[in-house]
Ligand binder design. Structure first.
Ligand SMILES: NC(=O)c1ccc[n+]([C@@H]2O[C@H](COP(=O)([O-])OP(=O)(O)OC[C@H]3O[C@@H](n4cnc5c(N)ncnc54)[C@H](O)[C@@H]3O)[C@@H](O)[C@H]2O)c1
Ligand SMILES: O=C(O)C(=O)C[C@@H](O)[C@H](O)[C@H](O)COP(=O)(O)O
Ligand SMILES: [Zn+2]
Length: 367
């Protein structure tokens, strides 16, 4: 698949065995036969040896930085460690940095590449479902701040994306389902037929059906690329990709970017809340939120605030966290809501008291 962004255009290659062929895929981008790879401990254990071997087979030298796994790695300290490691290895502007891992590594390394020597090229080798369907494409890079999620970053497109769907064979089940939260998001925001296909095929995908996984990755990337090409820097339609994220990001901040709530799990909860809000505002049929929740629950996913372990702040505090959303204009939150499954839109016209009541009810249901 090609993402036609003029001078920033790139290919997204999807298929089994791409890591074993990575040397041949990356070689045409290189000005000299060396790359710097950044990964995390889980991914490095499962996939770095094969990645290194593929580079060696093409005579490409490779040095690797291995970071701790998890959302907490998207922080200033790991960013500065990564940038300094790259500088110490004399990574030049014409070199290529590789992000081998999930969305955390992709976002962090993409941002490091964006600011290193004012911009070096980078290649995304996404190894989680979430990274293959969403984060590796589109050029949003960055880290979290204590004030909120992804608040520091840059748009910096990769030069190539290699999504090896065989890498998903080693992904833990919880992380696979979290990535499925973003897959469902695509059906909900713009493709009712895809959502219906997921209702039928989601269980096979979760069990490991390679054809179902490949189809879900392909359709998600196709939808994302089409939106990104229309609106690379989120001046308008790209905000549709944020369906569920205003709630999700506040909940991730409230849970300290910890494994109490993974990003994709928060997206699922956020999508369920966005559909509930749409129904309360009379924008979509009353049965639509039920259909969304039913599918997510059938997949064994979180849908409610009651599914998040530990304490949560009250509705006022959650609203204060939501006020850091990057979609805020003149102090007014813009929400991604839906007229139905596959029909999302962005609007500033959401009465604060309705959102407050929604959150209050959702918190009360935690008992
Ligand atoms: N830039 C974007 O457009 C965009 C889009 C969506 C999400 N994101 C970001 O992505 C992040 C979440 O990404 P994620 O769900 O991939 O989390 P992650 O990067 O933390 O990966 C999830 C876990 O799976 C492990 N892992 C990854 N691939 C593996 C494999 N093949 N085998 C074994 N273990 C593997 C990781 O080590 C980690 O423990 C969040 O920070 C989110 O904000 C960014
Ligand atoms: O690519 C986009 O645009 C998205 O919104 C994709 C989201 O899944 C992703 O989580 C993104 O990082 C959220 O963007 P943010 O601008 O709200 O931080
Ligand atoms: Zn997301």
């Amino acid at each position: 698949m090609h993402v036609p962004l003029g001078g920033r255009a790139y290919d997204v290659r999807i298929g089994r065995g791409l890591i074993a062929r990575a040397g041949a895929e990356i070689a045409p981008l290189l000005a000299r036969p060396r790359v710097a790879v950044v990964s995390d401990t889980h991914v490095a254990e499962a996939h770095l040896p094969a990645f290194r071997a593929a580079l060696a087979a093409e005579g490409i030298a490779c040095e690797a930085l291995i970071l701790p796994p998890g959302e907490a790695t998207k922080c200033w300290a790991e960013l500065s460690r990564t940038v300094e490691w790259l500088l110490e290895r004399q990574v030049e502007r014409r070199d290529v940095v590789v992000a081998l891992g999930g969305g955390v590594i992709g976002d962090l390394v993409g941002f490091a590449a964006a600011i290193l020597r004012r911009g070096v090229r980078f290649v995304q080798v996404p190894t989680s479902l979430l990274a293959q369907v969403d984060s590796s494409v589109g050029g949003k890079t960055g880290i979290n701040a204590p004030q909120g999620k992804n608040l520091v970053g840059a748009f910096h497109q990769p030069s190539l994306v290699l999504a090896d769907t065989a890498a998903l064979d080693t992904l833990p089940g919880r992380d696979l389902l979290a990535g499925y939260g973003e897959v469902v998001k695509y059906g909900l925001l713009g493709d009712a037929d895809f959502f219906a296909w997921l209702e039928a095929n989601g269980p096979a995908l979760a069990r490991g059906d390679a054809a179902a996984r490949a189809r879900a990755v392909r359709r998600s990337v196709e939808m994302k690329a089409e939106i990104v090409v229309r609106d690379e820097t989120e001046q308008g339609d790209r905000a549709l990709l944020n369906l569920g994220h205003t709630f999700c990001h506040a909940l991730e901040a409230a849970t300290g970017y910890s494994d109490r709530l993974l990003h994709g799990e928060g997206v699922a909860v956020g999508c369920a809340l966005a559909f509930e809000l749409s129904a309360r505002l009379g924008l979509c049929a009353q049965e639509e939120p039920g259909r969304v929740r039913a599918h997510l629950r059938a997949m064994g996913m979180k849908t409610d605030l009651a599914d998040i372990p530990g304490d949560l702040p009250d509705a006022d505090a959650l609203l204060a966290l939501m006020a850091q959303d990057k979609k805020v204009v003149d102090g007014t939150l813009r929400f991604v809501l839906a007229r139905g499954i596959g029909a999302a839109f962005v609007t500033p016209d959401v009465p604060g008291p309705t959102v407050h009541a929604l959150l209050t009810d959702a918190l009360a249901a935690r008992g």
